[in-house]
Design a protein around this ligand. Structure first.
Ligand code: F0G
Length: 463
């Protein structure tokens, strides 16, 4: 067998296929695949500190990239195949102001700001890995369904590299303007489906299979290899001392799956002494994982999650015509494709799942903004979720907690401006319709006549 291959995540099946396969479903049981490594033939570093030496080699694009400087932990490609656009230059910021809001002690809350990526979201971590694999297999066209960030990332990578033509499937009227603007400006063929993300996801899988188009959604296990590095950077920023908690918004559940794989592999390799706990935060209007995990008790169960629980849940969802609905459009998803992998991660990492309302999301977002980093609504779900877990006593005020800010504030200016707007009509249209009642932390613009004295008076009054 090769040192790198793809393997079914179900231990009872464990069917394998070659690293070059692009169907991204188990050839035997149709389940999800992992990228698997024979570590004896691909020696990983002896200590995580070895990665610090890469900082001295930043003229080399593979050491500059925040993904590929950890390439010994995702060794599926030869260096000449690696396609990088400088992704992963992101920071872990200690956020004492936000800690106060969440109810944590100073010095205990950190924000991992993935909005700093070239396309403005964490997706670039995965996209560079998917593009590297696409280059290995000679793909010419790539497609995804998206709530906006995967499509933006795909479009950026296609336009920056010229490697493939981008085809993006989006739900009609379902993505924010910042993200739609990116797909259009970077030249992606943008297919607006009369439906939502869950519809688009089903269609893109059918189309990719029929037309032989390379699929870059997170069912592609190579994407998740890249997203593991978000956790390596968190560990590095904490001097390799694992945090107590990692809190992440949940949509299609690629991130939580990747984070779990990263930690499990490090632990199995003897490089990590303790696994952080994982908390996944759903929007209340798109809360499938919360319902299945916390209410119906669905578990990984050694690789055989009770299928009837999720089937029954989806059946009921269809019967009631329940559709995902939240201001956090990035996570407006009811059928997460990585559900089994997420369950596996939750099991090994002592996971919990919570749901937060749009009101809680927007208030948390305003606090994140006031604390110095700008994020989009979905990202703020992590902070709102940490606050909830803190209030429940699940997270202690002294627990070192990392919230992942998955996407940049400018992705969705509509939600931000409506929250801070003094105009009730704008507020009602964008937010009131979603059950948001008040903007407790609004920073309203001051209206003033075009008159020097009036302007100065206003400044003296307000600042
Ligand atoms: N946060 C942001 C900003 C996202 O764009 C997404 C997913 C998530 C969180 C959820 O991450 O799927 O790994 O659980 N966006 C996808 C997209 C679905 O199409 O851009 P997940």
């Amino acid at each position: 067998m090769d040192a790198v291959y793809q393997r079914c995540i179900n231990p009872a099946c464990a069917a394998t296929c070659g690293v070059d396969a692009t169907s991204f479903v188990c050839p035997q049981c149709g389940g999800l695949l992992d990228v698997a490594y024979d570590w004896d033939r691909l020696p990983p570093p002896k200590s995580l500190r070895e990665f610090e030496a890469k900082w001295a080699d930043r003229a080399n694009p593979l050491s500059f990239s925040g993904v590929w400087r950890f390439r010994e932990l995702l060794p599926f490609a030869e260096p000449e195949h690696i396609l990088t656009i400088g992704e992963g230059q992101t920071i872990l910021q200690r956020a004492d102001g936000v800690a106060g809001y969440v109810g944590m002690n100073a010095g205990c809350l950190f924000l991992q700001y993935e909005g700093m990526n070239p396309s403005g979201s964490f997706k670039d971590n995965g996209m560079t890995a998917a593009f590297t694999h696409a280059r290995m297999v000679g793909a010419r066209r790539a497609a995804c369904a998206s709530t906006g960030n995967t499509s933006a990332s795909l479009a950026v990578f296609c336009s920056a590299s010229g490697l493939m033509r981008a085809i993006v499937f989006i739900g009609s009227g379902k993505i924010s303007y910042g993200k739609l603007a990116q797909a259009l400006d970077h030249g992606a063929l943008t297919v607006q489906i009369a439906g939502d993300f869950d519809d688009a996801m089903q269609r893109v899988q059918q189309v990719a299979q029929r037309l032989g188009i390379y699929l870059v959604n997170s069912v592609n296990p190579f994407r998740l290899e890249g997203q593991k590095t978000i956790m390596y950077r968190v560990l590095e920023a904490l001097r390799w001392e694992p945090p107590d908690w990692v809190v992440v918004p949940g949509g299609n559940l690629g991130n939580v799956s990747a984070f779990g794989k990263a930690f499990i592999e490090l632990a199995d390799l003897g490089l990590l002494k303790r696994l952080p706990r994982l908390a996944v935060i759903n929007a209340a209007g798109a809360n499938t994982l919360y319902q299945l995990y916390e209410k119906l008790g669905l578990r990984w169960n050694g690789g055989s999650p009770e299928g009837s629980i999720s089937e029954g849940y989806y059946h009921q969802m269809d019967a009631e015509r329940l559709r995902a609905a939240t201001i956090a459009s990035a996570i407006e998803i009811n059928r997460p494709v990585n559900l089994p992998k997420a369950l596996r991660a939750l099991e090994r990492c002592g996971g919990v799942v919570r749901e937060v309302t749009d009101q809680e999301i927007l208030d948390a977002k305003a606090k994140v903004g006031a604390g110095g980093l700008g994020c989009e609504p979905a990202s703020a779900a992590s902070v709102a979720g940490a606050r909830k877990l803190r209030r429940e006593g699940v997270i202690a005020p002294t627990d070192r907690t990392v919230c992942i800010l998955t996407g940049h504030q400018l992705k969705d200016p509509t939600a931000t401006v409506a929250y801070h707007s003094a105009d009730q009509k704008t507020f009602d249209e964008v937010l009131g319709s979603r059950g948001v009642k008040r903007a407790s932390f609004a920073n309203r613009a001051v209206q003033v006549a075009n008159d020097l004295d009036e302007i100065m008076k206003a400044i003296e009054v307000y600042a």
